[in-house]
Design a protein around this ligand. Structure first.
Ligand SMILES: [Zn+2]
Length: 127
């Protein structure tokens, strides 16, 4: 910290926290529940506090969070670090995996690659 009490590092942190707060308000409840359960290993403690606060405001209490964690635990793929593996197409936790074609503009198959899929993007459910 400098002599005048201004700490640039603290300022950056506060700025980021503001961004996190805005982001948390705009996130879906499902997203917040994922962040506070399966992704909590990668989150800042301050961010987790904001998320817990927002979930309380939305009426999701500890038992909702525990139920969500339990459901995800059953269906989600976890990496070696204990954090949930994300879907290859969105930020949701993956529930299935498999080989698929990497496609240019979503059309032209280029090369096969390994994909992770959330419940929404699973090929067997996407029609
Ligand atoms: Zn997805």
């Amino acid at each position: 910290m400098r002599e005048d009490g201004f700490d640039p590092r603290r300022r950056v942190m506060l700025f980021n926290l503001d961004r996190v707060r805005t982001n948390v308000r705009q996130a879906t409840t499902e997203d917040l529940l994922d962040r506070i359960t399966v992704y909590r290993g990668g989150m800042e403690p301050e961010a987790l506090e904001l998320i817990a606060e927002e979930l309380r405001d939305r009426g999701a209490h500890d038992e909702h969070i525990a139920a969500h964690a339990e459901r995800r635990q059953r269906e989600t793929k976890y990496g070696p670090d204990g954090t949930a593996v994300r879907c290859s197409r969105c930020h949701r936790p993956a529930v299935a995996e498999g080989w698929g074609w990497h496609r240019i503009w979503g059309k032209v198959p280029m090369f096969p690659r390994f994909y992770y899929y959330c419940a929404e993007h699973r090929p067997d459910q996407a029609g």
